[in-house]
Design a protein. Sequence first.
Length: 256
Amino acid sequence: MIYISTNMYKPESVMSVTKILDHFSKDEIGIELFIFNNSEDFIREVNENIDRLKEYSITFHGPYLQTDHSAPKGSDLYDRTIELYKQSLEFDKALKPKYIVFHTNNKIIEDKEEMIKNAFKNLDEIKGWSNTPLVIENAGVGKNSLFDEEEFIKAIQNREENTLIDIGHVKANGWDLENVIENLKDKIVSYHIHTNDGKHDQHLSVSEDYDELKSFVKLYKKYTPNADLVLEYNSTYEGKESLVVEDVKELLEDLK
């Protein structure tokens, strides 16, 4: 299944994603809802469109703004992160997403080992009362990346949770995409699809380099042909739905 991330939209305009979805059948495409439950506009927009959203396959991207999943228990950021996840449970009940994407951290690395320990403690707490499975993303680029390539592979292999591989983060961090996919193939349930200049986390359209997309699809077909694919573009693509529609068509053609 191909999903469109609402990351490209402002909290009050997430339903603009239907401008893309309307071009495809509901068994081809779904929504990855980027949870902005610190926004009253987002909460209102989702609640007013619950019935429409229920028509689609849904995944969630866990709360991100004003959070840090590696924050120590007892800190303000920890309290804020946990509270936002608990608030998202109401959406879980209504929309029954397949999974929630979990970032291990949202800040520059300071005390790496302590941050890793906190991140997994917090994950264990959240999954204890979450209605939906959590999947761990290879989040962060450069100074925000909590793991190097082999550390991430080992961490996922040692956890019971599955993973979502963000191929843009892999590229910007200089990781070997095939090595990551081959080693984690039995635990990869989804991918975030976008591109960048090889250094920065730009979340650009795959139309910037369709050859790169085709190379990824070859690995996808070889190792993880049943994993989901999520187009996760930046906010400059709001209003450029026709471009995203063409990217979905290109991806569907490559997957044949």
